[in-house]
Design a binder for this molecule. Structure first.
Ligand code: 5AD
Ligand code: SF4
Length: 493
């Protein structure tokens, strides 16, 4: 009988990709995916440790499975990813019914671990080395880039795919747990990446998004004295037949080289969109965060991006309520958001992470209510900026890669004929318009007619117009964007 698999994913795009690959490899072993945890023989949680909230969600989900596991002891429960790497035995202590704990750098072993639980009935732990436990080469080897065969049916969209180009992070921002749980920065061989992109294109994929925690730090030592940088990699995959768009996330401000910006401008398939988190607009806070730049440097970098890549859209991340953030320093973040012209920003309340320098060195001294208020205030400023950015696009014709029916269309019980569709522009703007479902996966020209802070609305240039309640769609998509903000913590991160 076919074995059933359930997987729940929290966190960043890297986790979404890991889950896609895990499901693909277990399907090759005969597993079938189910959306109902209690129907599954194997229940997996791919976890995130970036904020406490993400961890709480997993412990609560594990707690609600306790009695289920008691009733059906042969069911296998696994915790994968960042939290597994970070908390290791603690997970088994807090949730003793967990059978498998498997870190980000050990996912290739997952099928074998599940088989071992089935064979022995004993819990299995597979983790990479702590960064301080051994010399760097040994720690690096213990974090294996997980890049098995791709399975087109496992992707949320046939036409879009994530491609990992590096793992880990060496920046050590003081608030961030990623360098600990995802290990040392290691770039993949450009030829392996190019091969994967060719395979994806052969399967019908049109847009690839290259993933790395600091994707623009990509550097591969070719061994003959030459190095391949992100600009070289973009040039290398650019001519892959079938690929129409190349995006990459997330960028580190200090590594935004002119070389890279020139490549974005010169290579037509590379999209003029950059996610470059600022985190704060205050030099004192940036220093405590160990971000390695000042706000003046950041502003200069933004100007350089806009000068070298005309029309580029830029988005950012901010943390509010970091240790020692005064009203004055918060005001500086407000000033940056008000003046930087970000397409959008993801804003997070500081969450102390045991195991980080920030947690060790500084006191989490901004009260929760203050964090909440600052979060709302900064978001309100960004929303105004986003709305202005969107309104400036009204009247323009934009190229949209159609992703699928809007949520509203799916809910409406639609069966045939034109529906509301959504897609994204080359600058990563979300566009809603009406059209036939056969447009999914195609790039179409859409004239923008209206805008909210989150969404552009328009009509396909060659398509007839249908009446739709745009306000309802706007509200629903805005809610979706907000929900996504919590779930998709990363923008890679
Ligand atoms: N608390 C709050 N936000 C955090 N981020 C990373 N670590 C923390 C933390 N401890 C945010 C950063 C990063 C985004 C993905 O998550 O803004 O860019
Ligand atoms: Fe690395 Fe980004 Fe975390 Fe800084 S915030 S340590 S750059 S993953």
């Amino acid at each position: 009988m076919t074995r059933k698999l359930y997987i729940e994913t929290v966190g960043c795009q890297m986790n979404v990709l890991d889950s896609e690959l895990v499901v693909g490899s277990l399907r090759r072993q005969g597993y079938e995916l189910t959306h109902e945890p209690t129907e599954a023989d194997v229940i997996l949680f791919n976890t995130c440790s970036v904020r406490q909230h993400a961890e709480d969600k997993i412990y609560s989900a594990l707690g609600s499975l306790r009695s289920h596991k008691k009733r059906y002891p042969s069911k296998i429960i696994g915790v994968l990813g960042c939290m597994a790497q970070k908390d290791q035995e603690l997970i088994r202590r807090r949730a003793p019914h967990v059978d498998v704990v498997c870190g980000t750098g050990q996912l290739a072993r997952l099928p074998e671990l599940i088989a071992e639980v089935e064979r022995t009935g004993k819990p299995q732990l597979a983790l990479s080395l702590d960064r301080k436990a051994a010399a760097r080469p040994e720690v690096e080897r213990s974090f294996e880039s997980y890049d098995p065969m791709r399975d087109p049916s496992m992707r949320p969209s046939r036409y879009q795919a994530y491609v990992r180009i590096m793992i880990g992070c060496d920046k050590f921002c003081t608030y961030c747990i990623v360098p600990k749980v995802r290990g040392p920065e290691q770039s993949r061989h450009p030829e392996h990446i190019a091969t994967e992109v060719r395979q994806l294109a052969a399967e019908g994929c049109k847009e690839v998004t290259l993933l790395g925690q600091t994707v623009n730090s990509y550097k591969y030592d070719l061994g003959d004295g030459r190095r391949s940088w992100l600009s070289d990699l973009l040039a290398r995959i650019h001519d892959t037949a079938g690929i129409e768009r190349i995006k990459f996330i997330t960028n580190f401000p200090r590594d935004m080289s002119d070389d890279l910006l020139d490549a974005i401008r010169e290579l037509p398939k590379v999209c003029p969109y950059l996610h470059v988190p600022a985190q704060s607009g205050c030099n004192e806070v940036l220093k405590h965060m160990k971000r390695l730049y000042t706000v003046e440097y950041y502003r200069e970098m933004l100007a350089r991006c806009r000068e070298r890549v005309p029309g580029v859209a830029i988005s950012s991340d901010f943390i509010v309520g970091f240790c020692g953030e005064t009203e004055e320093s918060f005001q500086r973040s407000c000033d940056l958001v008000a003046s930087a012209g970000f397409k959008n920003s993801f804003i997070f309340k500081y969450s102390p992470r045991p195991g980080t320098k920030g947690d060790e060195l500084y006191v989490d001294d901004v009260p929760e209510e203050v964090k909440k208020r600052r979060n709302n205030d900064l978001l309100a400023i960004q929303n105004e900026v986003s709305l202005a950015d969107h309104l400036a696009r009204v009247g323009q014709t934009v190229e949209v890669l159609v992703e699928g029916p809007s949520k509203t269309a799916l809910k409406s019980g639609w069966t045939s004929g034109p529906i509301q569709l959504t897609g994204r522009t080359r600058t990563d703007h979300i566009v809603v318009f009406e059209g036939n479902e056969r447009l999914v996966g195609q790039t179409v020209q859409v004239v923008v007619e209206e805008a909210t802070a989150f969404t552009l609305f328009g009509s396909v240039v060659t398509n007839e117009q249908l009446g739709v309640d745009r306000k309802v769609v706007a509200e629903q998509l805005d809610a979706k964007a907000l929900a996504g903000r919590e779930r998709m913590s990363l923008p890679l991160l």
